[in-house]
Design a protein around this ligand. Structure first.
Ligand code: IPD
Ligand code: CA
Length: 279
């Protein structure tokens, strides 16, 4: 990943941005877990299956306000709200609940994802520079800052550990995560891709939270991951955790990951998987 440190305002460090991401994501994640109503109010977005709960909205409002208080001049892009333009060159890209369908069904795998990015997350060329993914039911957070590595946090004990990508080199032995979009036509294309991938890997996992998938790959608990149709908020923090853990995240061809495709893992697996999912 190329990055120009002079694009950050000179009074803020990557460590401060990372710590802020962890702080606000942890606060939101705790609220999402502890205040979950038994009956969730929901509405739908892009399709009938694309649900937003009252807690997605509350979490995003909390994140937006906490980040506004801490860094009032930065931009903000969240899954559930209108963009805020900033003046510092830093934009916070947040997913208030990544894994909303799991959350709706009271399944444990969901996370709050918060990343500071440079460049416009609505256009090609943006990069995450600091971020945190907090999984409140797992009791785990992953954080990263550009050039400073990735860290796993045990939220119960407070222990931390450096995160590093797995070393599996054969796609046929790889446990591969993926996910599916909410649009039915995109799902049809995803099903066709899966037909090519499934016979060639150890197995597939569809865990339901892209941010968590990326962190699990970073942490060697999945070997690789691919998905089409991701948005910047699904991707931003997990992308950085994974690259800081020594992995690679690419898009179609050798380009940056984007809405068309995200392929992630160690370099050897990504080269094998990319050919399958982008041809
Ligand atoms: C979704 C999850 C899911 C992925 C979808 C995402 P959401 O995010 O990350 O795993 O397959 O593409 O949209 O809607 O739960 O925030
Ligand atoms: Ca998401």
């Amino acid at each position: 990943m190329t990055y120009a440190p002079d694009r950050l305002p000179d009074h803020v460090t990557l460590t401060e941005l990372r710590d802020l991401a962890l702080r606000v994501a942890s606060t939101a994640a705790t609220m999402v877990r502890d205040d979950r109503p038994t009956r969730l109010d929901t509405s739908t977005k892009s399709t009938d299956t694309d649900v937003v709960t009252v807690m997605d909205t509350r979490s995003e409002a909390l994140l937006r306000e906490a980040l506004r208080i801490a860094r009032p001049e930065d931009g903000f892009v969240g899954e559930e709200g209108a963009d805020l333009q900033g003046s510092t060159g830093i934009t916070w890209v947040v997913d208030p609940i990544d894994g909303t369908v799991n959350y709706l069904y009271d399944l444990p795998l969901y996370a709050v994802s918060v990343a500071a990015v440079v460049g416009s997350p609505r256009a090609p060329g943006w990069r995450p520079v600091a971020g945190a993914v907090v999984s409140p039911v797992l009791g785990t957070a992953w954080t990263a800052a550009l050039g400073l590595g990735a860290v796993r946090h045990d939220l119960t004990t407070g222990d931390t550990a450096v995160v590093s990508i797995g070393t599996e080199a054969q796609l046929s032995h790889a446990l591969v995560g993926t996910g599916f979009a909410y649009r039915s036509d995109t799902r049809l294309a995803q099903a066709c891709t899966l037909v090519d991938v499934l016979p060639r890997v150890r197995d597939i996992r569809r865990l339901g939270s892209a941010a968590t998938d990326l962190c699990l790959v970073a942490d060697g608990r999945l070997d690789a991951y691919f998905e089409s149709g991701l948005n910047p908020w699904d991707l931003a923090a997990g992308w950085l955790v994974l690259t800081e853990a020594g992995g690679v995240v690419v898009g179609p061809g050798a380009s940056e990951p984007n809405t068309l495709m995200v392929v992630a893992g160690n370099r050897t697996l990504v080269e094998q998987l990319r050919t399958l999912v982008t041809s």
